[in-house]
Write a protein that binds this ligand. Structure first.
Ligand SMILES: Cc1ncc(C[n+]2csc(CCOP(=O)(O)OP(=O)(O)O)c2C)c(N)n1
Length: 467
């Protein structure tokens, strides 16, 4: 069996978001489950969206320009800790380093793995590592290696090495009174999406107040518990805790803002626990016996202007909301009350425009592959939507039931005013149903399964972030 045939067989169960080219065409044609995107950035972002639901997402691009176009989504996956497994082509081995057509060494924020030999066992091993490490991998394979016969097919079975009793002791031996449990996305480990949806039931039984990072929002019902802390969430509770137990957060500047960082770090206990499965997670949380007297007062943001009032209505129309980057992200983040994990997906550490649409598409594909009928709603600005607008064709090609709301304020956040094209004509040009919404009572147009809505909004100032 040739290397490209072995890879295609191994990836059989995954969608591969792909864009063809000379150096990768052997593998491209061999894949049965590929989705043809319209720009490699779309491929990387769709893989990220797919991976946010299905643990890992895969994409395929050609050499040179294929890889350089992929650099933004890979950087996003790197900053947001997402498992994106990117496969790229390369010129024939003998031309490497010789300034051959499309040959370029590109510096990219991903683990770069060059395949000199057709070792399928090692390929599978990197796939598993990518899944467990929650970082992007860029696999680079010269065309001639793709066509060689497979050398080896076996690989090690990796898993997280947890010392559960030691970590439980660390928690249960804490003697402070006002303890806060902080949960980050590391808690998802290698759980399936369906397992992840069970986490709130498990955490509900714990006698500790629970705070979360942005990507872990919804692991506890935000209506009744603390929920999001940090720059866009509650700060006072972080300050009033005597001890913060961190499970699964990288403690980014979004969670521990710069001005309070040292203070917060000095009272944080880091717990090393990344569950391999739901059984392990259940056992771990069931055995936390520590209690806390920490009190807090929950505050909710209420919409004031036209922009936030419309967002407040729009968010009712999606089970999973995917945002782009801009004012709409902040309003959505403040107004959405997450009651289940992964119900709000954003570029939380990279803040990347052009994220929303392709990531929403990737999320929808992952839900379809898992036979889950949840509605995906993408909320974007009138700036960000134009950054990957070509991917509307993927929605059209697959007749994907996905909703898109473009918040049209004719501005790029507070940076500058912009002129906009006729978005309705553009969407219709891609064969999609499109609607223009002017008044708030027309927002119910979003109750359709597939719709592209342009929502006219008056600009509105953002509330100040917590620092
Ligand atoms: C790729 C990228 N380029 C530039 C920025 C800087 N930036 C952040 S928000 C923003 C404007 C977003 O405008 P729009 O998409 O219209 O959304 P709105 O703020 O109006 O909701 C810009 C330019 C960014 N975050 N990402």
């Amino acid at each position: 069996m040739r290397f490209y045939e072995g890879i295609a067989e191994f990836l059989e169960d995954y969608r591969v978001f792909s864009y063809p080219g000379e150096q990768i065409s052997k593998l491209y044609y061999e894949l049965d489950n590929k989705v043809l995107v319209r720009d490699e950035r779309g491929a990387g972002f769709m893989a990220e969206g797919y991976g946010r639901i299905n643990n890992i997402g895969v994409c395929l691009v050609t050499a040179g320009p294929g890889i350089s176009n992929l650099s933004t989504p890979l950087a996003n996956a790197y900053k947001d800790n997402s498992s994106v497994f990117a496969i790229s082509g390369r010129v024939h081995k003998k031309y490497i380093g010789k300034n051959y057509f499309q040959e370029l060494d590109i510096n990219i924020n991903a683990k770069k793995i060059f395949f000199e030999n057709p070792n399928l066992g090692i390929f599978k091993e990197y796939f598993k590592r990518c899944l467990l490490e929650k970082k992007p991998y860029l696999i680079n394979i010269p065309t001639d290696v793709l066509e060689e016969n497979i050398l080896n097919d076996t690989c090690n079975n990796f898993k997280y090495n947890n010392n559960i009793e030691r970590e439980l002791n660390k928690i249960n031996n804490i003697r402070d009174k006002n303890v806060l449990l902080l949960i980050g996305q590391g808690v998802f480990g290698s759980l399936t999406y369906r397992e992840i949806l069970d986490i709130p039931k498990i955490l509900n039984k714990i006698n500790l107040p629970i705070a979360t990072t942005y990507p872990a929002r919804g692991v506890i019902d935000e209506e009744t518990n603390i929920g999001l802390v940090g720059r866009r969430g509650d700060i006072r509770v972080l300050l009033s805790a005597d001890k913060i137990i961190n499970i699964g957060s990288s403690l980014s500047y979004n969670t521990y803002p710069e001005t309070l960082r040292e203070k917060l770090l000095s009272k944080t206990v880091n717990i090393n626990f990344t569950p391999n499965n739901i059984k392990e997670l259940k056992y771990f949380f069931k055995n936390i016996t520590l209690e806390s007297s920490l009190t807090y007062k929950k505050r909710f943001f209420s919409p004031k202007g036209d922009y936030s009032k419309k967002i407040n209505e729009i968010i009712k129309y999606g089970d999973i909301i995917v945002t782009d980057a801009g004012k709409h992200t902040v309003f959505t983040s403040l107004l959405k009350i997450c009651k289940k994990p992964k119900s709000l997906i954003s570029s939380h550490s990279f803040g990347c425009m052009g994220f929303g649409l392709p990531v929403g598409i990737g999320v929808k594909f992952a839900l379809i592959d898992n036979k889950i009928k949840e509605d995906v709603l993408v909320i974007s600005g009138d700036g960000g939507i134009l950054m990957n607008i070509e991917e509307l064709e993927v929605i059209s090609d697959y007749n994907l039931p996905i909703k898109i709301a473009v918040m049209k304020n004719n501005k790029l956040a507070n940076f500058c005013k912009i002129n906009n094209p006729d978005f309705i004509k553009i969407a219709e040009g891609f064969g999609l149903d499109a609607v223009y919404i002017k008044d708030i009572d027309e927002v119910n147009e979003l109750n359709k399964k597939q719709i592209f809505a342009v929502v006219e909004v008056e600009d509105e100032e953002l509330p100040k972030p917590n620092r």
